[in-house]
Design a protein around this ligand. Structure first.
Ligand code: GLP
Length: 250
């Protein structure tokens, strides 16, 4: 595992964008696994600048997103499809037909999960999977629980996630209670995983994920078993790892 410690959010975003652009330059038709949340916004902004400048193209890139709220239409300003369009896809030269997000409005959510799993499999899984990290250690919407779920599935969001994401909605009551999320199997099948974390409120989750026991009670801890895992964090997010003596670059 390689860990990059960056000074702040901006430097973290730039480093992550560097690693993603390297993948796109090396393999122009790569499959990128993408994430939502506030953490990757700076990464998407930086990639957009470089793409608009003509440094590289997303024309042949395919993307698979981790998750979507159940019940939100793509036009809802808190849906993850809307997030991806407004924060990234609308500003780069990607073919939107090659971008995939689970359908939160599917009449049969379980069938949609099975379809999505098959889609990701048929694309050969992600060459690079970008991940954020929930304060409770969740990745995608794989919440802390008793056992890992391998496949894309419908999940009940924990109160901690509802509270954390309430800031994006008018009130906590408006946060959907369920989501469709890629399972741990698809995430671990990615050839490279790039997890980004920023801010002191992620320090415990980062420490538990990478220094604690491997347990579904901290879903991200399974990433310790991935053979090409890159963690990029700012000083605040990595503070507990560094204090524990874990070696970092930068
Ligand atoms: C959501 C997403 C996750 C994301 C997490 C952290 O719950 N499903 O993919 O990593 O939030 O979000 P933030 O980056 O805003 O802290």
């Amino acid at each position: 595992m390689r860990i990059y410690q960056e000074a702040d959010y901006e430097a973290m975003s730039r480093r992550a964008a560097n690693l993603i652009s390297a993948e796109v330059i090396r393999r122009p038709d790569c499959v990128l696994g993408l994430a939502t949340g506030s953490t990757p916004i700076g990464t998407y902004k930086q990639l957009t600048v470089w793409n608009q400048r003509g440094d590289f193209s997303f024309k042949e890139v395919r993307t698979v997103n981790l998750d979507e709220y159940k019940g939100l239409p793509p036009t809802h300003d808190q849906s993850y499809r809307y997030f991806m369009q407004t924060n990234f896809f609308d500003h780069i030269d990607i073919d939107v037909a090659n971008t995939y997000v689970p359908d939160g409005l599917a009449a049969d959510p379980d069938a949609e999960c099975a379809r999505y799993d098959e889609l990701v499999r048929s694309l050969g899984y992600a060459d690079l999977q970008l991940l954020g990290l929930g304060r409770n250690g969740h990745i995608g919407f794989n919440e802390p629980c008793g056992s890992y779920v391998k496949e894309t599935h419908v999940v009940d969001l924990t109160q901690s996630t509802i509270d954390a994401n309430a800031r994006f909605f008018a009130s906590a009551d408006d946060v959907p209670r369920q989501a469709l999320t890629m399972g741990i199997g698809c995430i671990m099948a990615a050839r490279r995983v790039l997890l980004i974390a920023s801010g002191a409120d992620k320090a415990d989750a980062v420490y538990n994920a990478f220094c604690g026991p491997i347990t579904p009670a901290c879903p991200a801890s399974i990433l310790q078993l991935h053979n090409d895992m890159v963690l990029v964090g700012d000083k605040a997010a990595l503070s507990k790892l560094v204090a524990a003596g874990v070696a970092v670059c930068g």
